[in-house]
Write a new protein. Structure first.
Length: 247
């Protein structure tokens, strides 16, 4: 029990928990609707070959490892990289070259942007499949009634994919206390590491690097229990509000 007391009283652990919830909430709340929006946009494309090309391009980043993504971002934002070159092009030679990855204040934005670039295309696949499963006769009836494309999306497509969206949201809600270790650890550097620790990186530092296995295990166990409780609560709320639930 002393390890659990330490977890919830030590400032380092509390900061790591706060960072984890902040980063994960940003990705869950702001990032969750974007694959749905992208799937709706893909569904509205009429050119078959253009649609395939755009979809393929959006899927490709998913197959890159996080280490490759981190390397690409570091290359893009480095002092002599494209980001700073473009800034000099816009504002002239007097523009200061900076590396945004070395500022802790930019860390949440970098995590969100990299997560979006890597996953949003692939995450849209399941919503495209859900859209494909909607009865086409509903759209035909809506056209007969004079419904515009926008009204068809609002009154047919979105209600049709709501069960799928709710199930995915319930499953993803457990990640509120879990951050992607590879992503966070990869983007951390000498200038940001102290301010950007999350639960996973603290467990790695304590358990693997320092050999404090008992404390690291307690921290990981507490993380798993809280994740399960969040999923359980969100599932119950969803079942009462929308009658959609996992169990």
């Amino acid at each position: 029990m002393k390890h659990f007391v330490t977890i919830f009283t030590d400032p380092m652990f509390l900061k790591a928990i706060g960072n984890t919830i902040w980063y994960s909430s940003l990705i869950l709340v702001l990032g969750f609707p974007l694959p749905i929006i992208l799937a709706l946009m893909f569904n509205e494309l009429r050119g078959k070959y253009f649609k395939r090309v755009v979809q393929t391009i959006s899927y490709l980043p998913y197959f890159l490892s996080w280490i490759s993504v981190v390397a690409l971002f570091y290359s893009f934002f480095e002092m002599s990289g494209p980001f700073n070159d473009f800034k000099v092009f816009l504002f002239g030679e007097g523009a200061e070259r900076t590396n945004v990855l070395m500022d802790p204040d930019n860390f949440a934005g970098i995590l969100f942007g990299s997560h979006l670039w890597k996953n949003v295309g692939w995450s849209s696949v399941i919503f495209l499949a859900a859209i494909a499963g909607i009865d086409s006769q509903l759209y035909e009836a809506a056209v007969v009634d004079g419904a515009s494309r926008w009204k068809q999306i609002v009154h047919i497509t979105l209600p049709g994919i709501l069960p799928t969206a709710m199930i995915i949201f319930i499953l993803n809600s457990g990640g509120l206390v879990t951050a992607n270790f590879e992503q966070v650890f990869g983007f951390q550097n000498l200038y940001t590491v102290e301010q950007t620790q999350v639960v996973n990186t603290v467990v790695y530092k304590l358990g693997v690097q320092q050999g404090n296995y008992s404390l690291a295990t307690a921290f990981g166990l507490a993380q798993g229990i809280v994740s399960f409780l969040i999923v359980y609560i969100v599932n119950r709320v969803s079942r009462k509000v929308s009658s959609i639930s996992i169990w």
